[in-house]
Design a protein around this ligand. Sequence first.
Ligand SMILES: NC(=O)c1ccc[n+]([C@@H]2O[C@H](COP(=O)([O-])OP(=O)(O)OC[C@H]3O[C@@H](n4cnc5c(N)ncnc54)[C@H](O)[C@@H]3O)[C@@H](O)[C@H]2O)c1
Ligand SMILES: [Zn+2]
Ligand SMILES: [Zn+2]
Length: 384
Amino acid sequence: MRALCWTSGGELTVGQVPDPELRNDHDVIVRVRRSATCGADLSLLAGQTPGLAAGDVLGHEFLGDVIEVGPQVRRHRVGDRVVVCASVACGACWYCRRGLPSCCDNGSTDPIANEAQWGHPVAGCFGQPRAAGGFAGSHAEYVRVPYADVGAFPVPESVGDDRAVFASDAAPTGWLGAEGAEVRPGDVVAVWGAGAVGQLAARAAWLLGAERVIVVDRHPARLLMARQHIGVETIDQRDSDVSAQLREFSGGRGPDVCVEAVGGPAGEHRTLADRFTGRTRVPEAVREAVYACRKGGSVFVLNGAAGHVDAFPVGTVVHKALTVRGGRQHGQRHIPMLLDRMARDELRTEHLATHHFPLERAAEGYALFRDRPDECLRAVFTPH
Ligand SMILES: NC(=O)c1ccc[n+]([C@@H]2O[C@H](COP(=O)([O-])OP(=O)(O)OC[C@H]3O[C@@H](n4cnc5c(N)ncnc54)[C@H](O)[C@@H]3O)[C@@H](O)[C@H]2O)c1
Ligand SMILES: [Zn+2]
Ligand SMILES: [Zn+2]
């Protein structure tokens, strides 16, 4: 089959790779209908993620049709249109049973490398290097989906492909940012990043009852989209004192909840050693959020590319009694609820699919997504 592969030179190319096969009894094979770029891919493209190998297939946000089903699969039939959670979890381990599938003990094919990186093994992800799962990605004609009863979900007929595809990753991530930060009715919520994840964190904050939601970014077109489609207020970081403006929006106190959903740290690794230890500067948005947040408020960090950091304002966390949390999305838990909301029109996401490309032009799609963010919010590939 054809797939978008990473090459040893750090380039992307569409080439021939072997067709995926059922490897264990809980797998299904999905014929891809839509597969989208994600901000998390930008550090892969920048060569900042150790362990990518030539020929690795990228992509993790996708939906498609089930074309083959393993003998132990109970919830899927050939022909089902399914959205697949971008991260891979077993559904049966201690963490999965406690509703923390992104902390799954069994989601990675290389738990030892995974544990060396984070201290514990965590869930895998499609289209990532071995340490982060080792599962071939979705920018391809077909994908093997392990633990399919746990990570793949039938899409209601009324929800179109361009809406449903974001239930795979951006929507559950945004939901986690708002829910994990414990947004309460009446809260003022600030979100850094007007990409797909930031916009959907902002939408989740609305749905959880926030009174005011403010999105901060530096791209006017993305901010306009957030105002028009999500109904939030916005701050253009380039011409504002963000903290001062946020105080104005929140009775002089600062937001109750701050969610960081900014893009990957392209260019942030200062030395080769940093690259291999995963050390980055704290994304400046995290620091800004910690300073802007009201005393006793909470900050939620979604940036998956943040490695080990320095210059983190720990003292501010202490003196302002902040709660700082982070997480990877728990789509296995949230996707059915998100699809219901999509079917009820409470969650509309198709505006995020700003550009469609056939798989053959996927490298061009990534270049547009990476280099012209003001124009392209998500490139979506249609392999068939
Ligand atoms: N935790 C998870 O499970 C999970 C899942 C998916 C994506 N992510 C992460 O979410 C983040 C956002 O993803 P996306 O696909 O929306 O990315 P994106 O690249 O499309 O958008 C990120 C936006 O952040 C803005 N930005 C960059 N620096 C900023 C700053 N200092 N202040 C304000 N805005 C800033 C950029 O201008 C851009 O519009 C990425 O870091 C990605 O790794 C996490
Ligand atoms: Zn992603
Ligand atoms: Zn598990």
